[in-house]
Ligand binder design. Structure first.
Ligand code: HPA
Length: 234
């Protein structure tokens, strides 16, 4: 048991999938895991442990934004011994070629600021995905009927953005999509020698204004969960 996770030691698997939304953790655990057991409900941030193809997996909500994810990822790694952490979440598309429903595998995560920024002082640390996981996820995605993009994303601190010029610079520099968690996850994984990846579904598009209708979300999010699970155990 930690400050924010009520699970007993041993109840968290070495492989953890982290959706932002705790109810998506519940849905993914009930849909994709066998024998899923609720292991955390502190603050309603649901976490489940079960098995997928015989492998133990935990699916733990991270909450929205890097400060929230940082709390859960720190405790999962430092107190429960998590070794592989894969964010599964939504993002906003930033390039014309990136369409709503597509999947993005985040090779790098650019950020203005993260909970870890202060330790780097004048250095701009480059948070990047684990290469083995990224490669495995690209292979898993290639077998599915879902358009997949591999490249840089932008981890923003804000959803309601008062600095649209930042998004413009990201678009100009080929950034595929915007979300709010991956940069801190990649930084923590680097610090503690873990593997991390963000597998994202494009839920809305910054240029076109298109958004995924709620009745179509489940199917696209399913591809993302399966890609993450296959990548973790490939
Ligand atoms: N901005 C930030 N995070 C997001 C977005 C967005 O447009 N869409 C989904 N997550």
């Amino acid at each position: 048991m930690t400050v924010h996770i009520g699970a007993a030691k041993g109840e968290i698997a070495e492989t953890v999938l982290m959706p932002g939304d705790p109810y998506r953790a519940k849905w993914a655990a009930e849909t994709f895991l066998s024998d899923a057991v609720l292991v955390n409900e502190v603050r309603g941030m649901l976490g489940y442990t079960g098995t997928w193809n015989g492998h133990r997996v935990t699916i733990q909500g991270s909450g929205m934004g890097m400060p929230s994810l940082s709390i859960y990822a720190n405790e999962l790694i430092r107190d429960y011994g998590a070794k592989t952490l894969i964010r599964i979440g939504s993002c906003g598309g930033m390039q014309e070629k990136v369409k709503v429903r597509d999947v993005i595998l985040a090779m790098t995560a650019t950020t203005v600021h993260s909970p870890s920024s202060s330790i780097f002082r004048e250095v701009n640390f480059a948070p990047c995905a684990d290469w083995g996981l990224l490669q495995a996820a690209a292979k898993a995605a290639a077998t599915r009927d879902v358009a997949t993009h591999v490249g840089g994303i932008y981890s923003s601190d804000v959803f309601y953005d008062e600095r649209p010029d930042l998004n413009e610079q990201m678009v100009r520099h080929g950034i595929l999509g915007v979300e709010m968690e991956a940069a801190e996850l990649y930084t923590l994984a680097a610090r503690y020698g873990c593997r991390a990846l963000a597998v994202l579904t494009v839920s809305d598009h910054l240029q076109t204004g298109e958004a995924l209708p709620s009745d179509q979300r489940e199917r696209s999010f399913g591809d993302m969960v399966e890609i993450a699970l296959e990548a973790a155990f490939r």
